[in-house]
Design a protein around this ligand. Structure first.
Ligand code: G3H
Ligand code: 13P
Ligand code: NA
Ligand code: ZN
Length: 323
């Protein structure tokens, strides 16, 4: 069946790697995630956002995720699978996911005043833990859009708050803001250095803040949101075949590799999957304009997605063979 994050994070902490947290909204994304994780023997966190639930229908999504456990077995290897609510924005939403069989939830009170964040998070933990569902909280605000709240710049996590927050809420993991950001345009060009070939190099993540948090919370699992790398080959493919993505820039893989070796036990990736899928669909439709069977473009998109997810596991997160 589905598992919560407790054991997975303990092992990830000891083994100095991170568990992939991949978002899904539809069947092809789910298949690609499970295929990639079975082939690499990696545990996985399947993330469902509020928007994903609305898009795909909560009942269907839940059954798909449960089906994924059986699907993995059929593919030849039973990997640990977590079904996690991404960016829960209310007690009611978190409760509904717990009641529906999610094994983990995030309550994102990061945009609230500190005491309100503590109160809301504590309440979710109190309910979730009764059912052995693990809870992720968040301190600090990522730049860009986060659960419909948009922030001009990062409000870095204050290391002085983390001990108090974890103690008073009882959360199982903590998402922090150290300079990552949601979406495909993570930084404004003026925040970046432009290389001679035109590519943008984003400002480095604040590993000093991460290290201070690790000192305050020894052995406690940390989560990084907004961790897509925005591979230039996908941006180029999208633009080559009729798309219009400007100034797309992500988190360099070497920074994520470094984060994965630290107390960061969960790394959230959604945008890269969206880019890979869109790039391949555009390419197929451009090269084969006679195609109108969705399987003819969703199939190649799914295959491309799987390769992307495997690449992350093997070359960035280090979770290969940990299932
Ligand atoms: O952090 C947000 C995730 O990428 C999910 O995005 O709310 O558009 O489904 P979404
Ligand atoms: P990206 O937009 O960088 O993929 O981040 C996804 C995320 O944080 C989901 O919660
Ligand atoms: Na880690
Ligand atoms: Zn996020």
């Amino acid at each position: 069946g589905l598992v919560n994050t407790r054991e997975l994070f303990k092992k990830a902490m000891e083994g100095k790697y991170a568990i992939p947290a991949y978002n899904f909204n539809n069947m092809e994304q789910l298949q690609a995630i499970i295929q990639a994780c079975v082939e690499t023997r990696s545990p996985v966190i399947l993330q469902v956002s509020k928007g994903a639930r609305e898009y795909a229908n909560p009942t269907l999504l839940r059954h798909m995720a449960r089906g994924a456990v059986e699907y993995a077995r059929e593919l030849g290897y039973e990997i640990p699978i977590v079904l996690h609510l991404d960016h829960g924005d209310s007690y009611e939403l978190c409760k509904s996911c717990v009641d529906m069989g999610f094994s983990s939830v995030m309550i994102d009170g990061s945009h609230l005043p500190y005491e309100e964040n503590v109160e809301l998070t504590r309440k979710v933990v109190e309910y979730a833990h009764k059912y052995d569902v693990t809870v992720e909280g968040e301190l600090g605000v990522l730049a860009g859009i986060e659960e419909h709240v948009s922030s001009e710049k990062t409000i870095y996590t204050d290391p002085n708050q983390v001990e108090d927050f974890v103690k008073r809420t009882g959360v199982d993991s903590l998402a922090i803001a150290i300079g990552t950001s949601h979406g495909a345009v993570k930084f404004k060009p003026e925040q970046c250095t432009r290389l001679p070939d035109g590519r943008l190099v984003p400002p480095p993540l604040r590993f000093d803040i991460l290290e201070e948090i690790e000192r305050r919370l020894p052995g406690f699992p940390i989560v990084l949101h907004g961790s897509s790398s925005v591979p230039p080959q996908y941006v180029e493919m999208i633009n080559k075949y009729g798309g219009k993505l400007k100034d797309a820039v992500g988190i360099p893989e070497d920074q994520l590799r470094k984060a994965a070796r630290s107390a960061v036990c969960k790394i959230n990736i959604d945008s890269d999957g969206r880019l890979a899928m869109t790039a391949m669909i555009r390419k197929v439709l451009h090269e084969q304009p006679e195609v109108f069977d969705p399987r003819k473009y969703l199939g190649p998109a799914r295959a491309e997605l799987k390769e992307l997810y495997k690449h992350k596991i093997i070359n960035v997160l280090g979770s290969e063979g940990k299932a």
